[in-house]
Design a protein around this ligand. Sequence first.
Ligand code: CA
Length: 229
Amino acid sequence: MATALPTILIVEDEMAIVELVSFSLKAAGWEVDAVHSTAEAWDYLQNKRPQLILLDWMLPDQSGLRLLSRIRSDRNFSTLPIIMLTAKSMEEDKVAGLEQGADDYITKPFSPRELNARIKALIRRKTPEHAELEMQVGALRLDPVSCRVSVNDAQIEIGHAEFKLLRFLIAHPERVFTRSQLLDKVWGDHAVLEERTVDVHVLRLRKALGGADSLIKTVRSVGYMLSEK
Ligand code: CA
């Protein structure tokens, strides 16, 4: 199930770094989980989906690079944001990491502030529905920080599930999503919900949007999209 607070998973065996990174990420408002080997990381991913992974290169059982390629070859995790932590500053290592599907890398020693900035930038780029920026389409505005939604500057009442659905759709306007994609993206990979649940929430969302309900389009025999057209 998707958790309320966004979690960052650190895969790192050097405890001093785990502590430093955990401390600064928690101060920045993240939940932090730490594991210390690739095997533990893989087990973790079977039960929980983090918002982002900080993956060390040198780990006791296998290299972080091996775990990276395993994660990327799994359909469920192919888009999970990953930043490699590396003590290596050799150009070819960075290239190898990026070729295996790392989204970014940061070379040790790094400052917690720099790490934080990289994390924010990556999340904004890969999962805009989790960024903190206000999003607007037409008369509709959504503020992800205060969780407020307004239509023509008037705040509307909206349920939690409908808010999550709208946050996802407004972050990806003009794109059609199937019901199963929406279940996956909005409710999480491990959600055991039926596809018609999506229809129920779309119905409630349109009701909540009042005059702006026509922004949520039904695309016959495909799914739904948010569109101004
Ligand atoms: Ca290490």
